[in-house]
Design a protein around this ligand. Structure first.
Ligand code: SAM
Ligand code: SF4
Length: 474
């Protein structure tokens, strides 16, 4: 989601949801109406974005975010079930919070997101100390469910909401500012790749109204936001099934006219839906960043066909070439799955060779994990676990070398960097290049939110180091 990541707890500070400094927002008991909320986020950026919305919704009913779960009155796990491993981590987190709940009977525990959608009511049965289960279409019910839980009522809501009613339920972003924000433009997915659970847990694809997206981004810009990342499982099919809405290229052109927005990113793109008008945007819109996340999943035609991806290796490479012709230097990242049913050593080598040809800036790679209910769950999961592990290690080693080489290629160049904050290692600022490389450099904290020109002096595996050479062009 952009891409799913290996599961991790997301630090809410990334999403401008820092714990209130107000000394009145102390432990429950000090100020009865103000309570503390801890959100643990698993999975992709869609979930990070949903967690921001959860924080905004519950703030309105008196819950303020904390980074310390032991101080919380309400703990919410926003979960991911895209692979088995993240799903399992949810259950270990629940066990951890059981101890807190034993010590504090009034602590409320909720599970939302894809595992909640998958399990529904069953989760309340499996986890007797759980108070709330809310599905991917039910965020809006959360304030009411929390109020009921405060009165002792346990509840699960996982109904899908379709049609216009769904369009009215896209929660608007928290009014907080920041430098860079996610904006959801669509939800769900109709692609049904054979391995993927997303269509089952996120529901049918629905595109948000463009007028609301543009209004929301305008309001974020007015609060000082400089960069937006348009989010969806498959952003480039935006608007295709909605009468009267622009297609994704048309939406990008509208967003590009919003005063104050200096950078536009989007994620994730499905290669089959990369259209000529979208490619033209890379040639014509200067605020569209030079980066695209374009998951191939495999370099073998036979595997791609069994995955139901809807493109061949050659078609993928043609799209990559067209993007590079439109925007020379564009950075391409992707996702790969190893050990898909029937993947032979030769198929896997096709994946390695695709990586060589494309030259990914970075890659998220996963061992195939059977997901219940998907069509691939009916295929024999016939690649041995040790072989999957060995292929993953080979792939990741190749990518590590390619990423480091590519990073070294930036040394000596001057990059325009949007300053996003002060890094935890004191004294340094951090930001990203237009191509999405992280750059650290010494500078004055008042530069946060500004574009600066930075000469790259050193390259590391995951970041670049540089020195400021002046203000940027924006
Ligand atoms: N919509 C995006 C796309 O089509 O590229 C991907 C969204 S999916 C949530 C994120 C990534 O998880 C996929 O690109 C894929 O690499 C990985 N993934 C999904 N299902 C998987 C499975 N069953 N086993 C392993 N990896 C999986
Ligand atoms: Fe899953 Fe395929 Fe949809 Fe991506 S496009 S979310 S991989 S079904």
């Amino acid at each position: 989601m952009m891409n799913a990541r290996e599961v991790k707890a997301v630090d809410l500070r990334r999403s401008n949801c820092v714990e209130s400094n107000d000394s009145t927002h102390r432990r429950r008991g000090t100020v009865a109406s103000e309570k503390l909320l801890y959100v643990e986020t698993f999975g992709c950026q869609m979930n990070v974005n949903d967690s921001e919305k959860i924080v905004a919704l519950l703030r309105k009913v008196g819950y303020h975010p904390t980074q310390d779960s032991s101080r919380a009155d309400l703990i919410i796990l926003n979960t991911c079930s895209v692979r088995e491993k993240p799903e399992q981590k949810v259950y270990s987190s629940l066990c951890r919070y059981k101890g807190l709940k034993n010590r504090n009977r009034r602590l409320l525990l909720a599970v939302g997101g894809c595992v909640a959608q998958q399990e529904g009511e069953r989760l309340l049965e499996k986890v007797p100390y759980l108070d709330i289960v809310f599905g991917t279409h039910n965020l809006h019910l959360l304030p009411e469910m929390v109020r009921q839980a405060e009165d002792g009522t346990r509840r699960a809501e996982v109904g899908f909401i379709d049609g216009d009613a769904r369009l009215d339920l896209f929660p608007v972003e928290d009014a907080a500012g920041g430098v860079s924000r996610f904006v959801t433009i669509m939800q769900g997915c109709d692609n049904f790749c054979s391995y993927c659970i997303v269509p089952y847990v996120r529901g049918r694809e629905v595109s948000r109204r463009s007028v609301e997206i543009v209004q929301e981004i305008g309001e974020l810009a007015a609060k000082g936001v400089k960069e937006v990342t348009l989010l969806g499982q498959n952003v480039n099919s935006y608007g295709l099934k909605s009468a009267g809405e622009p297609d994704f290229a048309g939406l990008l052109r509208q967003v590009a006219t919003i005063p104050g927005i200096e950078r536009i990113r989007f994620t994730t793109s499905h290669p089959k839906d990369i259209s000529p008008p979208l490619i033209a945007c890379f040639a014509e819109l200067p605020t569209l960043c030079s980066h695209i996340h374009l998951p191939a999943q495999s370099g073998s035609d036979a595997v791609l066909a069994r995955m139901g991806r809807g493109y061949t290796r050659d078609e993928y490479l043609q799209k990559v070439a067209a993007l590079r012709a439109a925007r020379p230097g564009i950075q391409i990242t992707g996702d790969m799955i190893v050990g898909f049913p029937g993947e032979s050593e030769a198929d896997f080598r096709d994946t390695l060779s695709l990586m060589d040809v494309v030259g990914y800036a970075d890659l998220f790679s996963f061992k195939y994990s059977v997901r219940p209910g998907t069509s691939a769950a009916g295929f024999a999961d016939d690649v041995d676990g040790a072989v999957k592990q060995e292929r993953l290690a080979r792939l990741q080693e190749l990518q590590r070398r390619m990423t480091l080489e590519a990073n070294k290629g930036f040394v000596g160049s001057v990059q325009e960097v949007l300053v996003e904050g002060v890094s935890k290692r004191g004294g340094q600022l951090f930001g990203r290049t237009c191509g999405n490389r992280v750059v650290n450099f010494a500078g004055d904290p008042t530069l946060v939110g500004c574009s600066v020109r930075v000469e790259i002096t050193r390259a590391f595996q995951n970041s670049l180091l540089g020195e400021i050479r002046g203000r940027g062009t924006r």
